[in-house]
Design a protein around this ligand. Structure first.
Ligand code: MIG
Length: 633
């Protein structure tokens, strides 16, 4: 049962597609007050839990912190942060009373989840026009299903997008990509995709290919395809301001870039230098941008990742001038310690600044709307621009597309990845915790940078992380420029990597069919144990294991120098270790167990009475035999 309540005249975010009648706000069960800002306030019981908020730091149970919905280019995913790249405004409160709440509002929201007051939830909107959806159901999973029903079916990518994928910010030359392909193949390491980061472009211009690096790009793409490798180029939000660059000139002429208050184009600096920000909130601009992907699709490209679409702004021309002015004022004076901090702040404050977000505008049906009031839709609409265009032109399930920034609604046409994590052991766990939360919000095709983006990886970290990645729909190893090489063949003997990656391919039929079912039935692929065992006190608190589909539980090892870990079994299960073609099975009773797991083994738990299919290992999805399957048990 879903009830919809409205205050003011909300912006159409396109998140909910089901028509629902609006109920009288007098009947809204959560305390609502309208001052300067709309505030929801209600108390929960001491042991109640709060789930949701999609892509965010901290636990699966979100109680005890302040989160903010504000899509942010945040490269440091530490516990002190309040926002990451997505704005996923859906929570489920689970106690004696169980309900879901979706706050459909595209500007900033502060979620004080029992942080300021122990048992009080206080949700503050930066505005007074919004739709609230209050959802009842018989249990947490049912509430999520109800919510997912009204926001529409989740995106399904092409089958090959379930293969293993290699990425690195720094691959530039044709040879780099060929080496990645050959090194995988020669070492018996499966692979389906290689990513192209910003270096493939001509001076970071969207939809261009650097001809010095790729003299015949189409032939190159074809050659990769003939080897069963898909190349996946990145697309950044900002469009380089350059004379003669047709995307910029056309966008400028048609008025498709975001504007300053005086009607001129808002300009800011990102990788290409000065760029125009396409006005994805304008329907015509959106459609126009979507059609630009043709430039690469025409050359045989069938997948893309959209980046920098929070939007990330290194500096605005205006902001940089102001900072320079501050520095000029200080120059020549005696700088004391506070003066020094003044200099530092003046420079640091230039990037992704609220001043900038408050200072440019969208043209929505002829009306100028301040960016800050619709900020959280920007990246989502960039990605639906592409996703909708692809579905119309090529049909469903033909193109791979996923985004860094997102809002609920974008889940219908694309996936997401979790952005710039670190090569830290704790980020394996963060990766795991985000999975059920984003599933609640509709995002099924998702994953983190395996091995970690920032910082230097170690061999054991990558291996252990891959044993979680084996289960995530997007299984991509990606790293930042200048960090330690982290392809599976960079660590001497590749056998252990080959063992783990082979398990992925053996499991693809299961993972793919589970994924499809979850999309079709509005279900979660990954669930906290508490959703399945609500009356089990221990299960309710487990934050380092997940239920997968209706058959399995996963529990990766996420600490260094450990030969295993402790797991909690909420019922009797078969403990399975998969490695290459090997399978070891042990029956375990409900309760706490210490399990030993070698670096080349993928641990998995199967519920009694359940079973899952296995394929033979393959070097890519095209060569995967999905007909002749055996059963694990
Ligand atoms: O400012 O394109 O999250 O995956 O490698 C960094 C370079 C821009 C951020 C993305 C990351 C990508 C990187 N990008």
């Amino acid at each position: 049962m879903v009830k919809k309540f409205r205050i003011g005249s909300p912006f159409d975010t396109e998140a909910v597609i089901e028509k629902i009648e609006i109920s009288d706000t007098k009947d809204f069960p959560l305390g609502l007050s309208l001052g300067e800002k709309a505030v929801l306030k209600f108390n929960i019981e001491k042991d109640d839990m709060i789930f949701g908020l999609g892509e965010a730091v901290r636990g699966i149970n979100k109680r005890g912190w302040i989160y903010e919905s504000w899509c942010s280019d945040e490269t440091n995913h530490t516990e002190d942060k309040r926002s990451l790249y997505g704005a996923h405004n859906f929570i489920v409160v689970s106690g004696k009373e169980k309900f879901g709440l979706f706050v459909d509002f595209p500007a900033k929201i502060e979620w004080d989840l029992c942080y300021s007051e122990c048992d009080e939830v206080k949700i503050t909107l930066d505005g007074k026009s919004a739709d609230f959806y209050y959802i009842k159901g018989k249990n947490e999973r049912g509430i999520v299903r109800e919510f997912r029903r009204i926001i529409g079916k989740s995106y399904i990518p092409p089958f090959w997008a379930f293969g293993y994928q290699q990425s690195c910010w720094g691959y530039a030359k044709q040879e780099d990509f060929v080496n990645v392909r050959e090194n995988h193949r020669n070492n018996n390491l499966p692979l389906d995709c290689i990513y192209m980061d910003i270096d493939y472009m001509e001076r970071f211009k969207d939809f261009t290919v650097n001809r010095d690096l790729f003299p015949d790009f189409k032939a190159f793409v074809d050659d990769m395809k003939a080897n069963n490798i898909h190349l996946i180029p990145i697309i950044d939000a900002g469009v380089k301001k350059e004379k003669g660059y047709s995307v910029y000139e056309e966008g400028h002429e048609k008025g498709f870039f975001c504007k300053n208050a005086d009607g001129t184009d808002f300009e800011c600096g990102v990788w290409p230098g000065i760029v125009g920000l396409p006005d994805f909130l304008n329907k015509d601009a959106r459609r126009w941008f979507g059609s630009q992907y043709d430039a690469l699709s025409d050359l045989g490209i069938d997948g893309f990742w959209n980046d920098m679409n929070e939007p990330a702004i290194f500096y605005s021309v205006d902001g940089l001038n102001k900072a320079m002015k501050k520095l000029d004022d200080i120059r020549g004076k005696d700088v004391d310690i506070w003066g020094f901090f003044g200099i530092k702040d003046a420079l640091m404050g230039v990037q992704n600044s609220m001043d900038d977000y408050s200072n440019f505008y969208h043209n929505i049906d002829g009306k100028l709307v301040c960016h800050k009031d619709v900020h959280n839709l920007y990246g989502a609409f960039m990605t639906t621009a592409a996703g909708e265009y692809f579905e119309e032109k090529f049909g469903k399930e033909k193109k791979l597309i996923f985004s860094r920034a997102s809002y609920i609604g974008a889940h219908r046409t694309s996936g997401i990845w979790f952005g710039d994590n670190f090569s830290w052991w704790s980020h394996i766990l963060l990766n795991l915790k985000m999975l059920p939360s984003v599933n609640m919000c509709g995002f099924l095709y998702c994953g983190a940078d395996l091995g970690g983006f920032n910082n230097n990886v170690t061999r054991d970290l990558l291996l252990r992380w891959l044993t979680l990645g084996v289960f995530t729909p997007l299984m991509r190893n990606h790293r930042a420029l200048g960090t330690r090489a982290q392809e599976a063949y960079q660590f001497g003997d590749c056998k252990e990597f080959s063992d783990v990656l082979s398990v992925r391919y053996r499991l693809i039929p299961y993972i793919y069919s589970t994924f499809r079912r979850c999309s079709e039935e509005d279900d979660m692929m990954f669930r906290p144990l508490s959703f399945d065992y609500p009356d089990d006190k221990i299960a309710r608190e487990v934050e380092d294991q997940l239920m997968l589909g209706d058959e399995c539980m996963i529990a990766p090892i996420y600490e260094q120098n450990k030969n295993g870990r402790t797991v909690y079994l909420p019922e009797d299960m078969s403990f399975v270790k998969l490695s290459g073609e090997n399978v070891k099975i042990e029956k375990l009773k409900k309760g706490i167990h210490y399990i030993s797991v070698e670096l080349n083994e993928v641990p998995l738990f199967i519920k009694n009475g359940k079973n899952i299919p296995l394929a033979k290992p393959a070097l890519n999805t095209a060569e995967l035999d999905t007909e002749n399957l055996t059963y694990l048990l």
